[in-house]
Write a protein that binds this ligand. Sequence first.
Ligand code: GTP
Ligand code: SPV
Ligand code: MN
Length: 639
Amino acid sequence: MTTNPNLLTPFKATKADVESSSLRQISEDAFYVINEVVTRRLGHIPILKGDLHDLPYKVQRFVAEKAELMRPRGIFICDGSQHEAEQIISKLIERGMLTPLAAYENNYLCRTDPKDVARVESKTWMVTPDKYQTVTHTAPGAEPIMGHWMSPFEFGGELDSRFPGCMAGRIMYVIPFSMGPLGSPLSKIGIQLTDSNYVVLSMRIMTRVNPDVWEVLGNNDFVRCIHSVGLPRPVKQRVINHWPCNPERVLIAHRPSEREIWSFGSGYGGNSLLGKKCFALRIASNIAHDEGWLAEHMLIMGVTRPNGKEHFIAAAFPSACGKTNLAMLEPTLPGWKVRCVGDDIAWMKFGEDGRLYAINPEAGFFGVAPGTSNKTNPMAVGTFQKNSIFTNVAETSEGRYYWEGLEDEIKDKNVEITDWLGNPWKLGDATPAAHPNSRFAAPAKQCPIIHPDWESPEGVPIEAIIFGGRRPDGVPLVFETFGWHHGIFTGACLKSETTAAAEHKGKNVMHDPMAMRPFMGYNFGKYLDHWISLEKAPHKVPKIYHVNWFRKSKEGKFLWPGFGDNIRDTAVGVIPSQGSINLDGLGDINWDELMSLPADYWKQDAKEVRKFLEDQVGSDLPNEIREELESQEKRIEAL
Ligand code: GTP
Ligand code: SPV
Ligand code: MN
């Protein structure tokens, strides 16, 4: 299959074009417009809203090129206003794609095609000329689990077989958005093209969609996000739940050097809200590497002690492992206070004072619904009482949302419930009412404990970084690592049970280094090198901890471990001794079991960890991490 180079590279007037012109002095951009190429490329595609010619030239060029490729029936330039959202919402209600949840203000339910319910990791790719820009030099025979590489040549073919004409009969929305507070030095601009109005509504919640983006953009570059549900009209197959998608043809591809994302065939969360995992993690980790900062799968929270002193913490847990819950935790300990800055992604950069500052690039929470209740996470519940979209949850006849974990909050036990598939459902039925990866999208500013500085342009200073996962056995509730390198080593060895956030079946404990396995934007060895390189004057690196809430307690009582001075060293890190964590009100806690290091378990684990690092990071493993591995092996051997 041949690749049309125009699809891959932004249009540029050739040198010959410019030289043969009497307009040599004017910029290439102006030349482009004077050539009326934008107009030519648009052909007869009408602009339904907004004025394309008011936008920066490079945006005009981007929009025109992609419109020429995807051939929508019209172009709609979003302004992010409430009025615009209301228009789209009423259209979608009419069409049956959104159902108002009448018990709340401006809350809606959306059911997807049941084939389109989670991220599709197996169809998510990084496209780089050099394979090892994306993946590590793994041991012979080891398939890389971090980073999924596709060559530009192959990608060209995949693109050609999907995108030409893919928006036929649909509207192409142009969404200008900022990741991070508009105008913050840490923020970045993106423009997403999409033919999904669900995406338009969700992007308004999850990012800052605003015409001011055009002003801020100025001469800066932007991340190019191209998304299509991949079902041009007239549609040949049956559309289920008014949710067009093309599950057999899903492709989510990133071109990091070009700062470009191409997503096809899915309307679901991390596959389609391109500001989130695609931009804020996979592309941003590349930008962060180039510019000397970090883009991580981490929540950000402020914890205030009874003495009034506040500490900011960033914590990395794999998908569906408790970030949203921890970020909005209501401490059970008297006098302690938690305030939320972000629940999923942190962009962090060392400031001139040497401290590590973090911003939350997002504007909303896209949280796991099941398990969220007034008991487990009342602050999340408080956040999504209005202006929120619920995807694949169940609904009661009273116009309320319903999912597993809300059993006790149903007042009328005979209320009629419709499950996420649209079927009648009763309490006690064997099938789940809501899909396990059903989600709420809610504006962060509605969170009752949102931090007053959550939109501060300079970010908040991080003192501690926490890694954690779902580890049913062997791993203590909490330990502090011995230092920066040991902390990075511990993060690199992070493991967790698989969850419903992606297409994995069953519950296997798998490696999820730094909670970034599905989101790594480049070679994981280089990523570790980058982390290591940040410990230099005048940087004051945060302390690094490891936690595991999932070893015991079915109710999962959340604790922020107030470390006392009274600590003891162990083989894998510093563990608080009994009495140094306040367990008041927690009932019967088996402290010894919660904190123990079973020697057999850890000896086995050490072998597995060595094999993992040798297989998966191979010759890209930094020496500093290899040294940590060896010292840890010696400590565990002595257990
Ligand atoms: P992503 O949005 O996928 O990145 O997930 P997340 O890391 O934000 O996970 P979230 O906080 O949404 O939690 C996922 C699920 O785990 C929910 O059903 C929670 O109720 C449940 N959960 C969270 N924290 C705990 C805990 O400490 N113990 C137990 N047992 N369950 C928890
Ligand atoms: C995750 O899977 O880590 C999420 C949900 O936060 S999604 O936006 O679908 O990636
Ligand atoms: Mn996440």
